[in-house]
Design a protein. Sequence first.
Length: 392
Amino acid sequence: MLYREKLVAALEQKRDRFRNAERISKANLEALNEALLSFENRSQADIEAAIAGIAWPGARPTAEQDAHPLILPFAHSWANHEQARQWALDILRGVTTFAADGSQISSSRDVSVPVGVVQVGWFENRHVDDGQGEYIKDVAVEVLSPDELAGDESGFADKEVEWRRFQAEFQQAEDFLQRHADRPDRALAFVDGSLVISFVSQMTPERQTPYMAAVGHLLDVSEETRVPLIGYVDTSYATDLTSLIARLYKLDRRAIVSDAAILRQRMSRWGDRARLYQCAREDRVLAPNKENVYERVLFTYLKTTADNPPARVEMPAWVLDAGRQDWVMDVIRAECVVGIGYPYTLETADATAVLTMEDRERFLALFQQFVAREGIPLWFSKKALSKRGRRL
């Protein structure tokens, strides 16, 4: 239970620290805003000359640096949601959108027989007739047995379940891209999250390599099929663009705030987006692999709600080279209209894949029945039994 009085007292003890953090954050934002005024008018050539020799400046400009303002205003406005929805359905008509998402049950040390579950759900919406209509919604389930979860690496079982989930999500996305290679101008695939997978920096090189290879392979398939692949991050704390600005204007690295925070103030209307930039993030991911993958990912930020910071949108560099970025952004906007601020296809894939606490309990019950039929001994730790008893 929560001890309210003690918690309030603990918060009061840290009052000055919270106020100081807010003061520093405000000062940092002001410094970046001042630099941004100059940055938005600098040419691509000038910026590239200034960061020459810096392997990972955070971001690099694209041709949009010279062609567009920092924020590209959305051309449409509507009097009500009905008008917005009609626009969205017109954009989506005849376009097939896809998303895959996953959920997992990791092996627990409280159970004597190691077991893991990966469930991947996907949603493919063909938007026929009135923009709705034919769709495919399905799931794939994989059970990981004890031999698949055994390894010398610390936490091997949990990491293996996470990898299998990641791999399965990407496999479904690849299948979609391949199946729509004959109509690439009428198909688009979402990935739930970033194509720039800095989270693997905490992993061993042996773990990093297959993740980076999977991203590189999916980017290859997107380019070969010419079907756009979109990484979508609803709440992004990435600092790629602000890292570039900090380097250019020699700001204290502690002054860096998120790209979304700095761009939020410049986006006045729904549907506005930032210029496209090439990702050149400095992290601890294997450099050779990173060089081949990050430079192939472009990012922008899109205002999809009235109050929240803009969402981060990523796409392969070939999309800009092919001049398809405006169509791609309109499809994403339309998805967000239907999904009320979040891409409907991603939302549906997530709802299809999600495993709740109740689902986990049901799985344990089914697993107990399975091992009993097979004559396999199974026991739970006393701690686990106590927790389950309190939660059920």
